[in-house]
Design a protein around this ligand. Structure first.
Ligand code: GCW
Length: 670
């Protein structure tokens, strides 16, 4: 059958391995009625998933009547859970954690999917289905999980006019003007998000149109919030800081103005009247032209606390973005210098949301120096799922390895071992709120993400947010099997393609941490000359001197153990060399190559590897349905063409700058 990809990784096709199929059919025979709301969603998903995977319809029963019944619930909702799962055990896993295991109930063996909370039941149901999707044995079921990150947030940069900022797969999935009408695809969206553990979503762009907080809009959004709630997802909104002025003609948005404070308090009350579990606000302030507290001589903390105060009585949070900059020279430093001195000044229900690196979602950056440096300020991390600087919807660039590097980065903030994962997971410091946000890549295209393979990033973002310890291999393998099936060679080839894709993109895009070579406003094509302020190439060398000794001092924003690694040429990792140092073109890397030769070689091998990705995909023709195969191949055609453009542009540029010939390819003309 021709496949449009709309089901993403929730395809639930019948298991094609006969012995496994038989064992699954014995292991899962019926689903016991679970309840309403989120429990009903969990039940429906199990019925749908098991029916598909087992290739037979799975019925719902009031009580287990035969072995293989799946019992799902909380101690409140299910007497079987109450009597078979020690409350203390479930409490320990929290309302989002779960157990999946067997138990004997009367004369039958059942499978329990149990949690202290309804969300946990839903996540447990998806876990069970994943086991079958990835063809795991189920003889010994003994799963106990809890999420590492409390907040697992989707950020949509969707505008009121239906456009999506940095969206490469069509227009917004949210049809604002048709609200309160609920489209069927909202439910599919919620299922996809819930399946990887997303528990809140900000539906509008951080460059926020104030209209999203208008009374009319709030009323229209309420049914959308209801739809999301059934899948354990809280609705949140990006708030324009000047809303009191734009919407109600106040003369100021000064956080210290009593009328402004009243306005936000009333607005919060109004929102909670319609959306009782509203998550809260996300704010981009005093950044790239957005209004903010600094306009009134107040600090970012003053601004955040104004909104926090309004949300506090209702249990809401305000997420305040740390992304502020005023030009290439200070770009890597400004967020740190603005926010670090404010540590301890943010309200208990406020968080600072920090991009993974100090620049802007480049293919490689060091971790942001603010991680670990805000011990008294709830912090969370912002990752970009939409591939603004990493090939958009044209290039394959699987970001899970990149994100894992950030999670694993040791900030030394509370001594050695203070990884970013421990900071945003809330265990390193005494945070009341913390977690991870992903700038989403969903749009109106039939397969949601434009490039079929880009959905691996959506999936990977959620899975890592749940558990950053999962390996990139595990996550890629899981996505491939659920999306394309478990054909042996397909799994090996496609998983390998995903895992290498980021380094391939990097090698023809910007090796050695040079960064920011995409030009114009669209950030897709090379514009290496117009970005000289970022990579600082000149006749003498290349790279941005961000050392304390001779440069901008960015290295000094890290904790001393980290500073010393980045500061010295002897210890700075080669892949970040040009991010921290300006070096002569003849500087030798650990490989023995000069920087310029590495730049040349890597652009050539990058293109070769991009073509290799294309031919590997071609080789999967028999294992992938025709439509998806054709559509992905067309993307690879474009990737290869574009990689050639990248290679030619950058190699030419760096030859002109350095006037050093490519040792291997003397055809490069002077
Ligand atoms: O990544 C850059 C983008 C902008 C974006 C901004 C931000 C939403 O180029 O489009 O605006 O950062 O993160 O605020």
């Amino acid at each position: 059958a021709d496949e449009d990809g709309h089901e993403l990784w929730l395809r639930y096709r019948q298991v094609d391995e006969p012995r496994l199929l038989a064992s699954y059919r014995r292991a899962f025979t019926q689903v016991v009625k679970a309840g309403d709301g989120v429990l009903a969603s969990a039940q429906a998903e199990l019925v749908r998933g098991l029916s598909g995977l087992l290739g037979r319809s799975i019925g719902v029963v009031d009580a287990p009547t035969r072995s293989g019944a799946v019992v799902l619930g909380t101690p409140e909702s299910s007497p079987i859970v109450r009597s078979h799962c020690p409350a203390a055990e479930l409490e320990k896993l929290g309302p989002e954690g779960y157990v999946v295991r067997r138990a004997r109930v009367g004369k039958v063996d059942v499978v329990l999917v149990a949690s202290a909370g309804e969300r946990g039941v839903l996540y447990g149901a998806f876990h069970l289905l994943r086991l079958l999707q990835t063809q795991r044995g189920v003889e010994k079921l003994n799963v106990a999980e809890r999420p590492a990150n409390p907040l697992r947030l989707a950020n949509h940069w969707d505008n009121l006019d239906g456009s999506v900022e940095r969206g490469y797969s069509g227009t917004s999935i949210f049809h604002w003007y048709d609200l309160p009408e609920i489209k069927p695809h909202y439910v599919e969206y919620a299922r996809a998000m819930a399946s990887v553990g997303i528990n809140a979503t900000v539906v509008n762009n951080v460059n926020a149109n104030a209209e999203f907080l208008s009374s009319e809009m709030i009323e229209k959004l309420a049914p959308l919030a209801d739809t999301l709630r059934a899948w354990g997802i809280k609705l949140q909104l990006s708030a324009n800081f000047a809303s009191p002025m734009v919407l109600d003609g106040l003369e100021t948005a000064d956080p210290f103005d009593p009328a402004v404070r009243t306005w936000w308090r009333d607005k919060a009350t109004e929102i909670y009247t319609h959306i009782p579990d509203f998550g809260g606000f996300l704010v981009k302030a005093n950044s790239e032209g957005q209004p903010g507290p600094v306009d009134y001589g107040r600090t970012h903390a003053d601004g955040a606390n104004l909104l926090a105060e309004a949300l506090e009585p209702h249990g809401g949070i305000v997420i305040w973005r740390a992304f502020v900059w005023h030009g290439p020279e200070t770009w890597a430093d400004e967020a740190f210098e603005t926010f670090q001195p404010l540590d301890g000044e943010f309200a208990a229900n406020a968080l600072v949301q920090i991009k993974n690196g100090p620049i802007d979602f480049q293919v490689r950056e060091p971790a942001h120096p603010l991680f670990g440096a805000l011990p008294r300020t709830n912090s969370m991390m912002e990752l970009q799922v939409t591939q603004e600087y990493t090939g958009q919807s044209t290039h394959l660039c699987y970001a899970v390895p990149l994100w894992k590097e950030v999670y694993d980065f040791d900030t030394h903030g509370a001594g050695p071992g203070t990884t970013v994962a421990s900071v945003v997971g809330g265990t390193a410091f005494d945070y009341g709120h913390s977690g991870v946000a992903g700038v989403m890549n969903f749009g109106s295209s039939t397969n949601w993400t434009g490039h079929h393979l880009a959905a691996a990033n959506t999936h990977g973002f959620g899975r890592l947010a749940w558990n950053p310890q999962l390996s990139a291999e595990q996550i890629a393998d899981e996505w491939v099997r659920s999306t394309f099936g478990s054909h042996r060679s397909l799994v090996t080839v496609l998983t390998g393609m995903l895992l290498h894709s980021r380094e391939i993109y990097e090698s023809y895009n910007s090796p050695l941490g040079a960064g920011f070579v995409q030009g114009g406003g669209d950030h897709l094509d090379p514009c290496v000359r117009c970005n000289e302020p970022w990579h600082q190439s000149d006749a003498s060398g290349v790279g941005f001197d961000r050392t304390v000794a001779t440069g901008t001092g960015t290295t000094g924003h890290y904790f001393p153990a980290v500073t010393s690694v980045f500061e010295s040429l002897d210890t700075c990792p080669d892949e970040l060399l040009l991010f921290f140092h300006h070096v002569p073109y003849t500087h030798r890397l650990r490989s023995g190559k000069t920087v310029i030769q590495h730049i040349y070689d890597s652009h050539f091998s990058g293109l070769e590897n991009a073509s290799r990705l294309r031919s590997l995909w071609q080789g999967l023709r028999r294992q992938v349905d025709p439509r998806r195969h054709r559509e992905v191949l067309a993307r690879f055609d474009r990737q290869v063409d574009h990689a050639r453009q990248w290679r030619d542009t950058l190699v030419t540029y760096w030859f002109e700058k350095s006037r050093i010939l490519d040792r291997r390819r003397s055809w490069v003309q002077a």
